[in-house]
Design a protein around this ligand. Structure first.
Ligand code: GLA
Length: 731
């Protein structure tokens, strides 16, 4: 997988059908040569060539044809002839200099993949899964070192990158920027577009593409969470890229805090793509001997369009990111009481819902916000994780007993990272929130953010949560996070380290989740942040499913789930059938359509089952049975997006089993029309040589007729109509 040519010191990383190549040039600079379809290792030096340009200076000792300004590099710095965005900035308090010159100092090849200290990252547990290359770059004057870690996965077109920054000198250094990766592309910018996923609360992860142009195009978060607004992902796509065709170069950051993803086009028309912790409001003091570990960036290449990239990432995340304990296990079908009752519930009400749930085959009751402290609305009690006995008279013990007696499991909502001013915890420890002394602090949803960078804060919240989880038969936790950070400061850090707070906070959250998953391995955690405000690979490492959006409307979900599926496997998308008119958008959609759209890998309900009509209850029984039938296919299958809700009045997708013997196809029409022509939906991913039976019928189709002809679409007769086809190979 890793091939090194020692004559010129060239490194070839072969990942699946992809090659990534670099070389140490005569000046000792680590040059980027290539990233794309697999190549045999041979001399690619011509790809890393450089020539002098007017106003592109020449580093000391080099001829006038050598400049870093247009040299494709692996981890560029500023101040020694490259005017583009650097990967790292190192302030040297002793003399105020910001100059470092990173020259090759050595490399080592490691079997497998080392763990990244303090951070979630992809794993390579099996021997032979992966191989890693660590390349050290050193600044001779300060002793500052960068160890670039590249891991190559044998079976995936994926390379992961991160950097470990070490102060190997004798004076303190101040990091002002420490990105995870930077790639300089050889081709001209005009051939590429910049792709990202952006949105807002209840409108997460819309797809955006814009042609690359000279200058910067970027997405970022300054909110202390990866955010609803932007996902930690950027890609370059070849012009004309579709679901099936075109080259796509993606970067996804395994991080849940402030990030920057950027494409910059330079004087040569050469795009530089970067991702990492957002340098905005970031700083890190590195004392002699100390090291800073950046989060990991996942680099994926597809020559088969966006669909190819998605399937590659999905397979990769299933095998190398999501917890092995959960990845192949069908997730419980839940009834969550949030949209059913909001804060208005009691033990009896929950048990009435549970009783009905048991009758229709639902497997778990998730008790959402409001079970603790004296929380009757969103204004109090975060931080006081003890049951509210006025609404749960026998506490969680009695609730647990009654719910399990119905044959259901129990799940519970927490918002561990938050504190309400109206809470005992806040009254005892007002300085345990993120804040700046002498300033009152901005509230969001009437709450402050707890300072999770502090071990004593984490300890107290862990103690409270552990006591609750041990007091009742709870097997599922919904982990929420409902505001973004302001006045980012920590009472436990000295002034010169205040800019470390946001990242230390994330390290604290990861530390907490490490401990939590170790001590409660059998509890499945569902991530959430006002819906999908922290839907990123780092949270998925701990929470194998995430509540995709607070917008549960089936039609809104078409875009939200389509966008989310660009990167994240269906098994991670939590989706529920909710009541109508939908509480977010007021839309009335058919029950069947809500079921079809919610049938991802983590299925459930978000409505008052005691108020459903007998017909609806019958339909729920059918949906529950369908989920149970398709659960394994949805967890393991390959996703093919067939129609995009972003550019049409319909949406369609299908999941195909790895052996291509089974597929589930879903089609949703948004607005109806009349006097329409007959239309077919060509399928993808099937085996053309097989024949498939349409479940529930005797109808047999040939694989090739489904692929090249398609299934017949229903005649539109009303808005929001959906249809599902289940196909099973007959031979
Ligand atoms: C967030 C979540 C919702 C619900 C509420 C409870 O908005 O996304 O699903 O849990 O909090 O306050």
């Amino acid at each position: 997988m890793i091939e090194i040519q020692t004559d010129k010191l060239s490194f070839f990383l072969h990942a699946g059908n992809v090659t990534y190549a670099m070389e140490v040039n005569a000046q000792g600079d680590l040059t980027h040569l290539y990233w794309g379809p697999r190549l045999a290792a041979h001399d690619l030096s011509h790809l890393g060539r450089v020539r002098g340009r007017a106003f592109s200076p020449n580093p000391h000792g080099c001829d006038d044809q050598y400049t870093l300004d247009s040299l494709p590099q692996e981890y560029p710095v500023y101040g020694t002839s490259d005017f583009r965005s650097p990967a790292v900035e190192v302030h040297q308090p002793r003399d105020g200099s910001r100059i470092v010159e990173l020259k090759y100092a050595g490399h080592r090849v490691l079997p497998g993949k080392p763990k990244l200290e303090g951070l979630p990252a992809t794993l390579a547990p099996e021997a032979g899964d992966a191989e890693s290359l660590a390349i050290t770059l050193r600044d001779a004057k300060t002793g500052f070192e960068v160890e670039l870690l590249y891991t190559v996965f044998a079976a995936h077109p994926v390379i992961t990158r991160s950097a470990r920054l070490v102060n190997g000198g004798s004076d303190p250094l101040q990091l002002r920027r420490a990105l995870s990766c930077s790639v300089d592309f050889i081709p001209e910018y005009a051939r590429y577009s910049f792709l990202h996923l952006s949105g807002a609360w209840t409108q997460e992860r819309n797809l955006f593409t814009a042609p690359l142009r000279p200058g910067m195009q970027s997405v970022e978060s300054r909110r202390g969470a990866s955010s609803h607004q932007h996902n930690p992902f950027v890609a370059l796509t070849e012009l004309g890229t579709s679901e099936e065709h075109g080259r796509v170069y993606g970067m996804n950051l395994v991080y849940s805090g402030n990030f920057l993803g950027a494409a910059e086009v330079d004087i040569d028309g050469q795009p530089r793509l970067q991702i990492g912790i957002n340098p905005f409001d970031f700083g890190w003091l590195l004392n002699p001997g100390e090291a800073f570990q950046t989060p990991e960036a996942v680099l994926v290449f597809s020559a088969e369009g966006l669909g190819g990239m998605s399937r590659a990432l999905h397979r990769f995340y299933r095998r190398h990111l999501l917890s092995a304990r959960w990845v192949d296990r069908p997730r419980p079908i839940v009834i969550n009481n949030w949209e059913a009752t909001y804060f208005n519930f009691t033990t009896d009400k929950l048990c009435a819902i549970a009783e009905q749930a048991a009758k229709v085959g639902v497997e778990m009751l998730v008790v959402d916000d409001g079970w603790f402290g004296h929380r009757t609305d969103d204004k109090s009690s975060l931080g006081d994780w003890t049951p509210d006995l006025s609404r749960l008279p026998g506490g969680l013990e009695e609730l647990g007993r009654r719910v399990t007696a119905q044959g259901l499991k129990l799940g519970l909502w927490f918002e561990p990272e938050m504190i309400s001013p109206d809470s005992d915890l806040f009254r005892q420890h007002p300085d345990w929130r993120l804040h700046v002394p002498g300033r009152p602090g901005t509230l969001g949803r009437a709450q402050h953010v707890l300072d999770f960078s502090r071990p004593e804060v984490r300890e107290e919240i862990f103690r409270q949560m552990a006591a609750i989880l041990r007091s009742a038969p709870i097997t599922f936790v919904k982990w929420d996070m409902n505001r973004h950070m302001t006045e980012i400061g920590s009472a436990s850090l000295p002034p010169e380290r205040q800019m470390e707070t946001a990242h230390r906070y994330m390290l604290g959250v990861y530390d907490f989740l490490e401990r939590f998953t170790r001590e409660f391995p059998e509890i499945l955690i569902e991530g959430c942040s006002g819906g999908g405000g922290r839907f990123d690979p780092a949270m998925l490492y701990y929470t194998p499913q995430i509540w995709t959006s607070d917008n549960s409307d089936a039609i809104s979900r078409l875009k939200i789930q389509y966008g989310t599926s660009l990167l994240y496997p269906f098994s991670t998308l939590s989706a529920h059938v909710s009541h109508v008119p939908n509480s977010a958008v007021g839309r009335v959609t058919p029950f069947t359509t809500r079921g079809h759209v919610a049938l991802t890998g983590a299925f459930g309900y978000e409505l008052d089952l005691t108020e459903c009509t007998p017909e609806e209850l019958d339909e729920i029984r059918l949906q529950v049975a369908a989920y149970k039938t398709h659960a394994q296919l949805l967890l393991e299958g390959d996703l093919y997006r067939l129609r995009s809700p972003f550019d049409s009045n319909e949406s369609a997708w299908m999941v195909v089993s790895p052996d291509r013997r089974e597929a589930l196809v879903t089609y949703v029409l948004v607005l109806s029309d009349c006097n329409t022509a007959n239309r077919n939906l060509p399928l993808r991913g099937l085996d053309p040589a097989r024949r498939y039976r349409l479940s529930g019928t005797e109808r047999i189709y040939s694989g090739e007729s489904l692929l090249y002809g398609g299934v017949e679409l229903p005649i539109p007769d009303r808005d929001f109509r959906s249809h599902q086809w289940h196909l099973v190979a007959v031979e």
